[in-house]
Design a protein. Structure first.
Length: 265
């Protein structure tokens, strides 16, 4: 087996599914082996010229499930032809366990749960996953190659940690965008025009993220300390922010994890 599957079926080509698909094609996945299942494809998806909703389907080497959690029960019976005994089923569906997947695709043996996030659209995703014992080393390499084509990927030793990954990195981009909104509002509160405050807030977060990317061996704590002069303006701000931010994010991530568990039914 090569590092890319010869045939791949993607069920659900919404924002996340489409983002991953573009990364896979750019990374070397053969478009001739791709089948897309999407009842309401966007014009951008249709324009890709890939096999879309074919009337006759054969088992794929990899079936990627990217449907919404509440749509899985309705979608699974329609996807059975794509999941044979040698198929690797990769799910990015929040809350649905490996056992849930096996119950819906009983012919397949190998299953992987992965939780990606939306920066996969620009090749900067953050994902982690867990595989069942029937997943072969070659199928694990397929998973790694597919996910690393759109960002970073780590294996989890325990499937139970998937909900925590969902809460931290899966939902995490929204936390960052909310921070930008809050920073811009705070800038307005101290007198900046709204448009300028937003441009400054966006550029600040973009720049800080790029700095972390360029210094991967430097911890976030050290990067923070490098900006914080004793007795200076940043120290004054962090004296207000830090304790409250730690507690607030802890509550937010816990709430997201708990909701991920609820989505599993």
């Amino acid at each position: 087996m090569t590092n890319w599957p010869g045939t791949l079926a993607l069920a659900g080509v919404g924002k996340m599914g489409a983002a991953m698909l573009r990364g896979w094609l750019a990374g070397g996945l053969d478009p001739a082996g791709v089948t897309l299942i999407e009842p309401t494809p966007s014009p951008d998806v249709t324009a890709l010229g890939l096999r879309l909703n074919p009337p006759t389907r054969r088992a794929a080497e990899v079936l990627v499930l990217a449907v919404k959690p509440q749509a899985l029960d309705a979608a699974a019976p329609l996807l059975q032809d794509l999941a044979g005994p040698e198929t690797l089923v990769v799910s990015i569906i929040a809350g649905k366990t490996l056992a849930d997947l096996y119950a819906r695709f009983p012919i397949a043996k190998a299953f992987v749960r992965v939780m990606p996030n939306t920066p996969a659209a620009v090749g900067r995703g953050a994902a982690a996953g867990a595989a069942n014992s029937a997943t072969t080393p070659a199928q694990r390499r397929w998973t790694e190659n597919l996910m690393r084509a759109v960002g970073m990927f780590e294996w989890l030793a325990d499937e139970a940690l998937i909900d925590a990954v969902t809460a931290l990195s899966g939902s995490g981009p929204a936390y960052v965008f909310a921070l930008v909104e809050a920073m811009a509002k705070a800038g307005q509160a101290v007198g900046l025009p709204a448009n300028l405050a937003m441009r400054l807030a966006r550029a600040t977060v973009e720049g800080a993220g790029e700095l972390m990317a360029r210094e991967p061996e430097t911890s976030a704590a050290i990067l923070r300390q490098n900006v914080t002069s004793p007795g200076g303006t940043t120290a004054a701000a962090l004296g207000v922010l830090q304790n409250e931010l730690d507690a607030l994010l802890a509550r937010a991530v816990t709430a997201a994890r708990d909701r991920a568990r609820e989505l599993g039914g």
